[in-house]
Structure formats: C-alpha cells, structure tokens
Design a protein around this ligand. Sequence first.
Ligand SMILES: [Zn+2]
Length: 323
Amino acid sequence: MSDPIDGAWNDIGEGCHAYIQRDGGWGWSNAGLIVGDGASLLVDTLFDNRLTAAMLQAAAPLTKQSPLGTVVNTHANGDHHFGNAVAAPHGGSVTVIASAACAEEMTEVGPEVLASLTADPTDVGDMFRALFGEFHFEEVELRLPDRTFSDRLELVVGGRQVSLVELGPAHTQGDVVVHVPDAATVFTGDLLFNGGTPIVWAGPLSNWVAACDAIIALAPEVVVPGHGPLATLDAVRDAREYLLWVESSATQAHAAGIDPWDAAQQLAGELSGTSGSWDQRGEFGRLAANVEAVYLELDPSAQRSDLVTLFRHMATLEGNLFT
Ligand SMILES: [Zn+2]
C-alpha cells in the first residue's frame, strides 16, 4: 500500500471531492469524486495500481451509501487511467467512459513503455527514474474504456446531472472536462496544472486557449485541476496567458528561422518577464515541448522530437543534466 501522504481527499462541498497528490509534479495527478444518491462517479484513476488502491480505500467512507458506478478518464496520459483495472475490474459493474479520441490515444504510450524507460541502465534511465522512479508501471494492466463519445455526454449520477464536455485536442487528443452544474464545479483534467506548467502534447495551442475560454464560460466556483491544489478560474486565466505568450513568441522565433530547441532556450530566459512569473512554476522546462508544438502547427511536415530527446530538453531547461 502506498504511503498515505501521497494524497488525500478534500471535501469541496455538494457531494464533490478532490484527491490531491503531493505537489502535482510529473505523474502526481489528481482524481475527483462526485457522490449522488445511491451512485458515484470517479474522475480519473492514478498512475499505478498501488496509488489507485490507496485512493479508493480512502474514498470508501464516501462511497459506502453510493457505490462507484462510473469512471471517467479525462485524457490519455497514463497518470489518469493506468489505475483503471483496479477501479473498474473487467467483468465488474463499473463502466469506464472517455472521449473516442482519448480511447484511441490510450494505447500509444502504454505502461510497458514507461516500465522500460525507467528500467534503462543508462543515463536515459537515470532521467526517467528521477521523474517516474516511484511508480510501479510493471504492475499496470491497460484497461480501456467501455463507452466512448464525441463532443458532449450528459450523465445522471445518483439523480445529479454531470456533463462531460470534450474540449480537446489541446493537452492531448481527446481532453474532457467534467462539469457538475449543481456544485458549480469543474474537473479540468490536465487542461489545468495549478502551480505547474501546461504541456502541449497535441495542440493546437489556440484550441487550448479556446478550452480555457469554455471552462471560464461554465463559471465554476471550484476548479479541480489535473495536477496541483484546488483552484479558481484565476488559475485558468493565468494558463491562458501563458499559452498565448508561448504561441506568439514561438511563432516569431519560427519566422526568424530559429531552430525550435534554440528558440526554447532563448525563451526560457524570458519566462521571468512573463506576467505569471512562469520561471517560478513547476516543470517550467515543458516550454521545450510547447515551443515544438507551435513549430509543428506552423510546419506540419516537421517531426516531433522522440520522447527521450524531448525529456532531455525539458530537463536541460530546468538545469538538470543527465549526460
Ligand atoms: Zn497528468
């Protein structure tokens, strides 16, 4: 069993709860729980079986009268679905729902990829172990959604309305937010890293900005991010500003003929001048991936760096050299 200090359930009122893990850094994702009359819905599972089991055990008093019937995966990154087989065992009564685009993307970076990168005996393994060495990928069995949708899906969970709204592609191909109107709460998945830095795996950035606008339009009082502490819309507005800054800065660098990695290194020096002090945020080196995402939009024939190169760039920007 994982150490209970990894995460804890926070009561956010109106039968909604948020499980917040550590500082929300790489892999330390959040989960959510919406408790209705006689049924509950879980937003996301965690990065491995042990963390997910600990999270579910801590949720047991909350779901005693309203058993878990549904798991929603907000997107395809493993830290939001690798625990599915624990929360929703095959042949059981719990239904897993995700967007069709998310379900398709879930098989791209499976647990075996991360298990092998963290087991690598070279400096590549050192880098991945520094980020992901505490997770048990070798125990994870991929458990794909039972039900998929596109655009929007309205659910009734124990008499309460829960709206699943697809706002991707942005962070990933099929990002979904979970809106609970009667609690004025939105679970954003990784469309919001509170205290951390957005990472654009899919893009376009303009669509992530539009996703921020869509979240703002829902006017929630409580925003549960995919990583980091509970938030309000101020954090969404902050992230929106950052994305706009990256988009315009990287577009200028591209027009000037600067190589994307050179551009990322130059722009990293300008982060301290941004309105949100983005040089102080967790994982600020993700700028390397974000600049590359803008370049890929501008030139669709360009190639995304491989995962190892991308992580090496991000680590280098943060001053961590593994070579
Ligand atoms: Zn995540």
